[in-house]
Design a protein around this ligand. Sequence first.
Ligand code: NBG
Length: 811
Amino acid sequence: MGSITKEEFITMFKKRLNQKYAMDISDACNSELYGTLCSLVKSSYSAIWRQTWKDFVKEHDKQSYYFSIEYLPGKLLKSNLLNMGWYDLVKTAFQEMGLDLNEIAAVEPDMALGNGGLGRLASDFMDSLASEGYPVNGNGIRYHYGLFKQKFVNGYQVELPDEWLNTDGGNAWEIRRASKSVLVRIGGHVHLVQEKGYLKPVYEAATLIQAVPYDVGMVGYHNNHVNTLRLWSAEIPESEESKYPTIEDRRQVEDITAVLYPDDSNESGRLLRLKQEYFFVSAGIQSIIRHYKKYGSPIDQISQEVAIHINDTHPAMCVAEFMRILLDEEHLSWSTAWTQTVKVMSYTNHTIMSEALETWAVPMLNEIQPRILQIIAEIDHRFVTSLAGKVDGGLIERTRIISGGKVHMAHLAIIGSHSTNGVAKLHTDLLKSDVLHDFYTLYPDRFNNKTNGIAVRRWLQIANPRLAKVIDQTIGNDWRQDASQLLKLTDHTTDNSLLDQLSEAKLANKRDLAQFIKQKTGIIVSPNAIFDVQIKRLHAYKRQLLNLLRIIKLYLDLKQNPDLEIIPRVFIFGAKAAPSYHYAKSIIKCINETANLINHDSTIQAKIKVIFLENYGVSLAEKIIPAADVSEQISTASKEASGTSNMKLMLNGALTVATLDGANVEIKQYVGDDNIFIFGLNKQEVYQYYHDHNYHSLDYYQNNPIIHRVVDALVDGTIPNVSAEGHEIYDSLTYLNDEFFVLRDLEDYLRIQDKVDETYRDQRKWNKMSLINIANASYFSADETVKRYAEDIWHVKQLSEKGDMNVKYPL
Ligand code: NBG
């Protein structure tokens, strides 16, 4: 913090508290103390924020804009303090004032802008991009209620609105910039009239929505660099107010930015989703082009100064909206506009699950934005014409954008951009060989891999201070700047005193989590048990069910033989199911009922406990991950694009139980076969089953008595209160042929878990494996991942170096 002393900070803090709330430390509550600290932090970085922006402009440096429907920044206070170099000073200053920074930081609500790995990756990238000094800004939606707040009622998931903006903390970091608003046109009709040299669109009966940006500073680590995350909110333009006389009318507009992923199981939900996607795409692109033009650069060379990233398929309309502005407003020719668009755009695919490769019915897109449909139809037409006679007709049909009455958004993103990447080696290979193989044959040079990464600052420095301290004492603190330094830990694998310290840090973290679990659920768990963690979205392919079946097996074994020798385990789950995903919600119910049964059965002597923590999100992850011993990464091989909780958990010393899926494959390569527990079918075997159509789950159920007994427990009353859900799952595993090979992999999963038990008995060995995992997690630093995006895809330059310790964030 420059040259400021603790005493000066305390004086400044008290002064600001008084100015802002007319209060002293003695009468302020935590949210006032939080508000004061945020205000000091924000006013301190704002000069640098402005300077960063001015530097981009001055140099005419190329900037990149990351469009994502999800972000999950979690809480920003500690991360901003850390990145500004204020953390230690503020912590001790607070202690001196008799205050606890942790309690005050807890006031901040998690920003409800995302769902899972997609959103957290976007936020880890925002942190790393600022920390590496890249001119890259985020573009997203300011959801008023986010996804939902999850509660369990009688074991069922109940979804409540997440009123994060209406909490004490509110969103202290955002700045509303009404002057930068833009108008987004939705609905109505359009026809084209010939003007001098171009076709002019004439709109009728369209609705205008005001898109108001709220900017949040993304503060880099020790480098005087602050990027912007711009979040758009939908409002009624002043000129249109009279058209919305009732609250109901107004709500139609406000609803555009109310929730993330409106329920798409019905028509009106789908329309809202599409409207939402167009809204944030159009607002973002209009503001980018407006900004670009302000400084006089020629529009037909915009690709030299602007890159736009389509993060997963939701913002694919970027391609058509960019074309629309270049054609209709800038009057470029089609071919110039198209060349620029393809150079500007790039696309990341984040899943091979078909539900995420969005398609929209043609009439629906026509209803939401008829001009965008016209442009997409023209892109499609030109694509088809350019290939006709050159490649096989079937290939054209399979890759064109509009077919079967639907607009295929991933096709638009691939055809309209110069780069398509997957998020782990296996995933990219699968895109090339299978899911997007047709496109790969057309554009082999466009495909590339960028394995995901995580922000080591948040997931180790902030989330796990105990481990961070042990690492400092062993290899010094350079790793805090440069995560690759963590590899030095591999020189210390025989240092027994270090291994003991690792295990003490873990135990202390487990005690904290046990305390938290008791407070949240009333259930007492022993910190000496193995903490076995599966935290991720609830989805059939992620196979929380496989984990559940193993728990049931253990329970039945313990009932039969209460003296069975096992190392006590606490199974910890965190997961939300999409509100309309019935099957996933049934799995939640079954886990909760099994937990209830086991946790209250004294005959098993607490050898196992099952804890499903409500409302999984970033802040909860920060509590669970440092305390985990075992990381469950057990998806059906080929289905998990990458995973990132696997990386965060290994970084915190958990050992991974994994299928050869997503980034698990790379984790295994780095840590070596002896330091990970691999089981189950691999991708080739899964595909062989698809090819030969010879998987019969019923055979496994009928022929394997262990499997039979465990699966029956779902329907024979062993697990109470799950008659409907238990049958639904039972049927999926047996008569419906077990789409995700749960029964096929169960036996091998049981075997590998026995090996986990056996290994844990040798604590030295376990801790050594844990150390090797921490060290090798350095390969997954998001700081490195974003460099690859910046260099290979966006071609943007680093404007400032990380680690400039002369940063001066003035008070
Ligand atoms: C998720 C994948 C994960 C991957 C993250 C980030 C979506 C749609 N996809 O495997 O399931 O780690 O994206 O790339 O959330």
